[in-house]
Ligand binder design. Structure first.
Ligand code: URA
Length: 246
C-alpha cells in the first residue's frame, strides 16, 4: 500500500498524521513488516465459562449452519428481526472480527457492519492493509435487539453455539472482539474493556487467540480513543502472519 494512501485512511479514521511514526511498514505487495520487539502478548488467559452451550452445531458446514441461523427461533429476537445477520467475508480469513449485534441497517440488509460504524471499521482495516472482504465479520448476536438495547444473557447463550462453530470453521489466526459486549461474552469475563485490551486472551475451549479493542460505534462518539484503537490495530499486525492481504 502506498504511504500516501495509508495516511488518507488514517486521516479518515481521525488519526492525526503526526502519529505516522507508529505506522507499520507495508510494502507494495501489501506485506506487512512488523517490529514485534515492543509488542509482547503478556499472557494467554481466559476465565471459566459461566453458562452452558445449549445447542450442538459442531458437525455443521457453512451452508447448513447459515440455514440454521436463518430459521433460528432459539430466542424471542426472531419475532422482531427483519433478517438475521449471519456473517460476511472470507471464510478462510486470518482475522475474524466479532461485534455485538446487528443494528437497524444490518437488520434491513442481513449484512454485518454496513452502517456508520461499519464505514469506520472498513477504514480501520484498510489502515493496516486489510480489505473488508479479506477478513471474516460477524456478531455475538445474529438478530437485532429492539432499539439496539444491550444483548441479554439468554440471547447471548442462544447464539453462542453458532458463533463457536463459525470460529472453528474459519479457524483464524486471531479473533478481534469489538467492544465490551463482544469481549465480555467471548471471554466469559466481567472485566472492563480497558483492562482487557493490550494482551491476548483465548475463547474457552477453542484455542484461538482473542484481542480486544473498542467498538467502532464507540470510537465515532469518542474520537480521542481512536489513538488507542490504532495501538490495538498494530497489535493485530504483530499477531497475524505476514502475507498478501489486499
Ligand atoms: N454494530 C455491531 O456490533 N454489529 C454490526 O453488525 C453493526 C453495528
Amino acid at each position: 500500500m502506498q504511504e500516501s494512501t495509508r495516511q488518507q485512511y488514517l486521516q479518515a479514521m481521525g488519526i492525526q498524521l503526526w502519529e505516522s511514526r507508529w505506522l507499520p511498514e507495508i510494502d507494495e505487495a501489501g506485506s506487512v513488516a512488523v517490529k514485534t520487539g515492543d509488542i509482547e502478548p503478556e499472557s494467554l488467559m481466559g476465565e471459566e465459562p459461566v453458562v452452558d452451550i445449549k445447542h450442538d452445531y459442531s458437525g455443521l458446514g457453512w451452508s447448513e449452519l447459515q440455514s440454521k441461523v436463518e430459521s433460528c427461533e432459539n430466542c424471542h429476537l426472531h419475532e422482531s428481526r427483519i433478517y438475521p445477520v449471519f456473517g460476511a467475508g472470507d471464510q478462510n480469513a486470518k482475522v475474524m472480527l466479532i461485534g455485538e449485534a446487528p443494528g437497524a441497517e444490518e437488520d434491513r440488509q442481513g449484512e454485518p457492519f454496513i452502517g456508520q460504524a461499519g464505514q469506520l471499521l472498513n477504514q480501520m482495516l484498510l489502515a493496516i492493509g486489510f480489505k473488508r472482504e479479506h477478513v471474516y465479520i460477524t456478531n455475538i448476536l445474529k438478530c437485532r435487539p429492539p432499539n439496539n438495547r444491550d444483548p441479554e444473557t439468554k440471547e447471548i447463550n442462544s447464539c453462542e453455539s453458532y458463533l463457536h462453530r463459525q470460529i472453528t470453521l474459519v479457524a483464524p489466526e486471531l479473533v478481534v472482539a469489538l467492544g465490551r459486549v463482544a469481549a465480555q461474552s467471548l471471554l466469559k469475563s466481567s472485566t472492563k474493556l480497558g483492562d482487557l485490551r493490550g494482551q491476548l486472551h483465548q475463547v474457552q475451549g477453542l484455542s484461538i487467540p482473542v484481542l480486544v479493542t473498542y467498538h467502532p460505534a464507540y470510537l465515532l462518539k469518542n474520537p480521542l480513543e481512536k489513538r488507542k484503537a490504532w495501538e490495538d490495530l498494530k497489535f493485530v499486525l504483530a499477531n497475524v502472519s505476514k502475507g498478501k492481504n489486499e
